[in-house]
Design a protein around this ligand. Structure first.
Ligand SMILES: [Zn+2]
Length: 259
């Protein structure tokens, strides 16, 4: 059996460590120092690094970690270019439908391509867990830097259709701010008010608000709730005219950008 622990890094990133008392894998190590401290404190040997996407706050610690532990780095090489920094670090290029087996941790992870934050963003999933990088956050979603909002919407829908017992390991602690936006979208949603309270208690205790889970996201994440009449009404009051699901999603993402 293994445990999954959040290692806070940079301003508000989490590096997720999958570990079993002897070995560990790290997801999105944006910074080496806190990861090295964690491994040393627990007496763990690093066996793999997993990358969801090539933003610096997710890959910035890889070179230094690999100077200490010469481990494989699993991720998606950006198609068509060799110049992007992440390509240099990735030793094992993963694709949709691929499966990653980590023998030392006795875990198998499936690879999902989920474009919409970046073109080459991937997720790692296994029964009961999802590492989704910057595509889904607690009560929110990532910005649309590459590709279309339709792609981001489709990627989020794909994640939302994972089984209900899936815990969602997001890469940033953005939940409180996202919930303030969620409440502005849906003032009548009791599940959002409840989550604001439980999130405040966790954060006051110095704990991460994550992992989340699929049912909680479906109940409180406005980006998964674009058909909700209250959200549509809120946006119509701000002059939304395109009330189909993608129109609502687009309006939500634009509003969130300057909320
Ligand atoms: Zn990112």
């Amino acid at each position: 059996m293994f445990e999954i622990t959040a290692i806070p890094a940079l301003q508000d990133n989490y590096i997720w460590a999958i570990h079993n008392g002897t070995h560990a894998a790290l997801v999105d190590p944006g910074e080496a120092a806190p990861a090295l401290e964690f491994l040393a404190a627990r007496g763990l040997q690093l066996v793999a690094i997993l990358c969801t996407h090539r933003h610096h706050d997710h890959i910035g610690g890889i070179a230094e970690l690999r100077g200490v532990y010469n481990v494989p780095v699993y991720g998606r090489r950006h198609p068509g270019t060799q110049r992007i920094a992440n390509n240099r670090h990735i030793t094992d290029d993963l694709r949709e439908g691929g499966r990653l087996r980590l023998d030392a941790l006795d875990i198998e992870l499936d690879i999902l391509e989920i474009p919409g934050h970046l073109d080459d963003h991937i997720a790692f999933t296994a029964p009961g867990m999802l590492f989704c990088g910057d595509v889904m956050f607690g009560a929110g979603c990532g910005r649309n830097f590459e590709g279309s909002l339709a792609q981001l919407h489709d990627s989020l829908q794909r994640l939302a259709h994972l089984p209900d017992d899936t815990r969602v390991y997001c890469a940033h602690e953005y939940t409180e701010a996202n919930l303030r936006f969620a409440l502005a979208c849906e003032p009548g949603n009791a599940a959002i008010r409840q989550r604001i309270e439980t999130t405040r208690q966790l954060r006051d205790a110095g704990l991460p608000s994550l992992p989340s889970n699929i049912p909680l996201e479906k109940a409180t994440n406005p980006f998964l709730r674009c058909r909700e009449p209250e959200i549509v009404r809120t946006l119509q009051a701000q002059s939304l005219s395109d009330t189909d699901e993608l129109g609502v999603f687009t309006a939500l993402r634009q509003w969130r950008n300057h909320f």
